[in-house]
Design a protein around this ligand. Sequence first.
Ligand SMILES: Cc1cc2nc3c(=O)[nH]c(=O)nc-3n(C[C@H](O)[C@H](O)[C@H](O)COP(=O)(O)OP(=O)(O)OC[C@H]3O[C@@H](n4cnc5c(N)ncnc54)[C@H](O)[C@@H]3O)c2cc1C
Length: 448
Amino acid sequence: MPRRIVIIGAHAAAVDAASAARKTDRTAEIILLTMEKHAGYSRCGIPFVIGGHISNFTDLIVYSPSYYQMMKLDLRRETTATNVDTKAKTVETIDKTGKTETLQYDSLIFATGAGTFTPPIKGKEKPGPFSVRTIEDGEQIDDAIRKGAKTAIVMGGSLIGLEMAIGLAERGLKTTVVEMMPQLLPVMLDADMAKSVQEMLEAKGIRILVSKGVEELVGADKVTEIVAGGEHLAADIFISAFGVRPNTELAQKAGVVLGDTRAIKTSPRMETNIPGLFAIGDCAESVHMVTQRPALQQLGTVAVKHGKVAGTNAAGGYAIFPGVLGSACTKFFEMEIGSTGLTESYAKRVGMNVVTGTISGKTRAQYFPGAQPIKVRVIVEKEMQRIIGAQLVGNEDVTQRVNALSLAIQKQMTARELSKSDTCYAPPLCETWELMALAAEAAVMKLR
Ligand SMILES: Cc1cc2nc3c(=O)[nH]c(=O)nc-3n(C[C@H](O)[C@H](O)[C@H](O)COP(=O)(O)OP(=O)(O)OC[C@H]3O[C@@H](n4cnc5c(N)ncnc54)[C@H](O)[C@@H]3O)c2cc1C
């Protein structure tokens, strides 16, 4: 009998898990279940369809039906897993026609993702605010714009909220962002780096209100205004970007244990407390490479890496997930923003003693036409003098520096080593002194 692997989910984590499982076991029967109409698409692209950079939502579908055929994957759309019996090793499902089925499994992977979340504020049950998670959410927002919406309020100033605010502004909507924290992008950036992002967005015409928590959603049939920091703010459309929570109910019901982050606790093999049951992606916890504490990084990059590890293990192979650093990047208009590891404020919150080094420079030789501004900051732990975090804001060349600094953190490089690293130079491409090395040198000066 071939091994049967059932995967609950059919997006970033799940499809990579299925592909890795197939490469490990050519004969396994692999079933993917998704509640959604579409499978294997990029949620990350939704704000860019709204902004008009990508023509259609269906362009976001990364895996066409032929991929599942080629890989011999049994994809079941609009099919919900309703129960898992870990003793009998079965998953109960129901499809859109109401047909139920009980699937036997040898290995089971929870790739159930996360769902959007609204904090307990007055009026939260009122309809109106749009979530940004699925293609259908994107289509509804697009429809509201086509029907004449002229103003928008985005509730939440993190990565998704700001990408959406820009998309809406690009479509001509007068857009306001309301953020509870005193700065934008609090997970990615320290306050001074976030300030330059805020100033750029304001210069582009987006109104930013920080230190203003949403207190109430107001409206008769649907939300027509919000109260934030005591101020009444009206708009034609509202975007709910408060954050997401891992989908863990089904796993919990089956006896799977959650970790400190309230996501599913996993071993380095991405296995849960129940042997043969794995958890990956936005519903699964990992270990942070710097703090060595449980961490929940709900990123597409993490999801696919989790998937590869769990898929290999579920199919009888052996793979280990090394942990997360939360490396992330984005582009707001012309500005690129990236970060990896810990921010200074987070490191201090968890009791670490740190210094920082920050350098502003140009992306090419000063005299070379088109040289763009860029700011690099490194965060260094004082005792071991290791790099533990980095942030970049600039108009080009941010992404690969984030990746290089992520590697420096993973290899436990000290600030001194980074400051003396061997780098390249050519006038149209970069400065003679690499900015990452200069930022590290600035930190070394403070360590003396
Ligand atoms: C607007 C937006 C922009 C983003 N931008 C970025 C970015 O730039 N970079 C980045 O790294 N990450 C980004 N992300 C995050 C990234 O999209 C997620 O980390 C990724 O989608 C997680 O993948 P996943 O497979 O774990 O979960 P999900 O994508 O949430 O998929 C979960 C799957 O589980 C299925 N499911 C759940 N419960 C059941 C059930 N009971 N039965 C059957 N099926 C079930 C769902 O139908 C779905 O198929 C963005 C996210 C959004 C929303």
